[in-house]
Structures are given as structure tokens and as C-alpha cells.
Design a protein around this ligand. Structure first.
Ligand code: ATP
Ligand code: MG
Length: 249
């Protein structure tokens, strides 16, 4: 593929597309991941391609939830690893949390490639290969996970998760943190804490909050998580977007 010209006004977006496209060619990202990325780009345009205050707030709450968790797990898929592998590993270390490769279109080959990518970026232990447990309510491969990973996690961070799986994790009484640029998606509406932000900005910003909140009193963090109103936040995001669109021209 021809390199994106640095002078292009949308250079960053083009570079990001290149990353996803290259990862697909390497067998890391599934071809449907390209479509998901396109949908994400559209919603990123609507919020102005930056972290809006409601997302920053959700990122702070997510950091608190991850810090008070007993067994926090970051679920990793082909899009996330294509966009920011180093940042995912760094966040996992900062919490600390486990990293589990968990795929909608699961093949052993893709799991291995993604795990390798995480290892190249400094991860020591990676979950997701054993697949010795099943998330109830999901048919065949889509429910597979590790018994000492996602299956027994109390808090799971799922960037770009499908709505069904998000619901199934919630039904297991887990706290689900989703990163999803589409505030209308089933995932966004099902998660306990939804971060309406690009994973590229969200993952490092959650880490920033983890470092800021790390030495804070646990009771304070718990209070923040318990008082989080996800529905209200999603309504705020939608009014932010509509106000923004109304004032554009
Ligand atoms: P539902 O949640 O309603 O079931 P879906 O899961 O079918 O929807 P997909 O297109 O499969 O929707 O999921 C991809 C989701 O990930 C989209 O909502 C898209 O906005 C979001 N997304 C894509 N790229 C990014 C990104 N870089 N950062 C954050 N979110 C993204
Ligand atoms: Mg979704």
C-alpha cells in the first residue's frame, strides 16, 4: 500500500486505517474488523475526534472500577491490538490486570498471532488459549474463555465488544466496561460503564487515571463506581453531539 502523505489533513486517520489494514493482511484483524473500524470513524467524526468530557469522566470511573477489582481482565481483540498493543500491555501492568485474547471470530491461528503481538509489546502472561470455560448463553466458539481469566473476572474491560457478549457478561454479574464510539449500540447501552471514545485515546487515558487514583482510598473509588449513571451519561453524549452538530454551520 502507498504510504499516507504527511501533509494530508487527515494524515492520522489514514495512518490508523493503514494499521488496521496491515493487521488484517497479517491475519491479526478479521476482515469484518475493517467494517467495525469504519463505523467507529463515523461516530468519531460526530464527537469531534477528541476525548469529550463525558468520556474522560467514564475513563476515570473505569480506572476506579479496575483498581478496586479482585480479578480485573482486559479483553483483547484484533482491532485493539492493531491500534495500540503497547498501550494495552502498559495499562494491564499499571492496574495490574490480566490480558485475555477473546475473539468473536475465533481461530487458534488468530489467537496465537494476537498473543504474539502482545508478547512483542512486553506482555508476560496471556490468557485466552486454554478456552476451558464457556460464558453461559452464547453458542459455540463465541462463549469460549479461560476459567482463570474472563470467566472468573469481576471486572472486564471490553473494547469494541458485540452487544450479545456484553449482555452475557453482565448476566454473569460482572462489571462490564465497554469502549465504543457508538453511543447507540447495544454494547454501549448494556455495559455498566461505557466509554464513548476512540480506543486509541481511551486506553492511555484510562492508564493516566489509574496512575492518578492508585493511592486513593478504596471507599472513595467504590463510591465513584457505585454512583455512576451510565444511562444519564449516554443521554449527555447524545445532547453533546446534537448541540455540536447544530452549531456547526
Ligand atoms: P451492537 O453493539 O449494537 O451489537 P455491533 O456490535 O454489531 O453493535 P460492530 O460494528 O460489530 O457493532 O461493533 C463495532 C463497534 O465498535 C461499533 O459500534 C463502532 O462504533 C465501535 N468502534 C470501532 N472502532 C472503534 C475504535 N477505534 N474505538 C472505539 N470504538 C470503535
Ligand atoms: Mg457493539
Amino acid at each position: 500500500m502507498e504510504e499516507a502523505p504527511k501533509s494530508h489533513p487527515r494524515y492520522f486517520s489514514l495512518k490508523t486505517r493503514e494499521k488496521i489494514s496491515n493487521a488484517m493482511k497479517k491475519g491479526i484483524t478479521h476482515e469484518t474488523g475493517l467494517i467495525a473500524h469504519g463505523r467507529g470513524e463515523a461516530f468519531d467524526y460526530l464527537i469531534g475526534e477528541k476525548t469529550i468530557p463525558y468520556a474522560d469522566d467514564a475513563e476515570r470511573t473505569a480506572a476506579a472500577a479496575l483498581l478496586i477489582a479482585k480479578n480485573p481482565v482486559l479483553s483483547i481483540n484484533g482491532n485493539v491490538v492493531a491500534l495500540n498493543p503497547r498501550e494495552c500491555v502498559s495499562l494491564a501492568k499499571a492496574i495490574p490486570a490480566k490480558l485475555e485474547v477473546n475473539l468473536f471470530h475465533r481461530t487458534k491461528e488468530r489467537i496465537d498471532k494476537i498473543a504474539m503481538e502482545l508478547k512483542k509489546n512486553g506482555a508476560k502472561e496471556i490468557y485466552g488459549k486454554k478456552a476451558d470455560a464457556n460464558i453461559p448463553g452464547l453458542n459455540h466458539d463465541r462463549g469460549l474463555c479461560d476459567s482463570d481469566g474472563i470467566f472468573s473476572a469481576d471486572v472486564v474491560l471490553v473494547p469494541l465488544e458485540d452487544g450479545d457478549r456484553c449482555q452475557a457478561l453482565r448476566s454473569m454479574n460482572k462489571t462490564v466496561i465497554a469502549i465504543d464510539l457508538n453511543p447507540l449500540s447495544r454494547t454501549a447501552r448494556t455495559a455498566n460503564i461505557t466509554i464513548v471514545d476512540n480506543v486509541i485515546r481511551a486506553i492511555p487515558n484510562i492508564e493516566k487515571w489509574v496512575r492518578t487514583l492508585k493511592n486513593m482510598d478504596k471507599a472513595n473509588l467504590e463510591k465513584r463506581v457505585e454512583s455512576w449513571n451510565n444511562k444519564e451519561m449516554l443521554q449527555d453524549v447524545l445532547s453533546f453531539v446534537s448541540k455540536r452538530l447544530n452549531s456547526m454551520f
